[in-house]
Ligand binder design. Sequence first.
Ligand code: ADP
Ligand code: MG
Length: 242
Amino acid sequence: MKVLETKNLHKKFHKLEVLKGIDFSIEQGQVISIIGSSGSGKSTFLRCLNFLEKKDKGDIIYQSKKVENKASSITELRKHVGMVFQSFNLFQNMTVLDNVASGLRIVNKMEKTKAEETAKEVLEKVGMLDKANEYPARISGGQQQRVAIARALAMSPDVVLFDEPTSALDPELVAEVLSVMQDMAKEGMTMVIVTHEMGFAKEVSDRVIFLHEGKIAEEGTPEEVFEHPQNERLQSFLNSMT
Ligand code: ADP
Ligand code: MG
């Protein structure tokens, strides 16, 4: 079953056409990676998917239903679509535990003890339970990103969107985050991952999309995209990555 789809998605910033008709869909349990040069529209695409940016044209379809551009529909969508950002975006004035529990309390109106219990379970999953009472500033970037992933997971999302989750990390901290993401993939989480980690994308993805100048220039299995790229732009992009 398709979890999330876009049809003919368009987005402009003033005169700059950033997305020029994206047709996309992800099935339950699938992992799709999106690759492409800086400025090709990857973040804008992810942000449009959960209405952090307002699309200009086209449809966003969640669980076979077109998402209306109104607050109640958007709030409902966001309950089920998790997002992990490059810059973690944790609340600096809250402990790790509160960062993870707050969505459950505020959005899901869960009672405090229950929310904290759930938060601890997901923190355990990402190997961060021992830092539950720390503040974000006192843990490493890799640890912060694992907390951000736990925060997304706490909401039991149907799909999680990742926007270059390891790009802000020191190289030695990348592996711990990728490892958590790999575990999620193995457990059947539906994931859309914008990444420059080609080795990871190749290993974990069911499909790979190459975005170029706001269009899907190529897509296929990791084998097709990485071993037998057809598009010239994709070929030179992949060459530039090695
Ligand atoms: P990517 O994530 O692939 O690097 P982005 O989606 O961030 O690309 O950006 C695509 C293009 O849109 C870039 O030229 C960028 O400068 C522009 N852009 C992104 N966000 C905004 C914004 N809020 N206002 C104006 N231009 C933007
Ligand atoms: Mg980006």
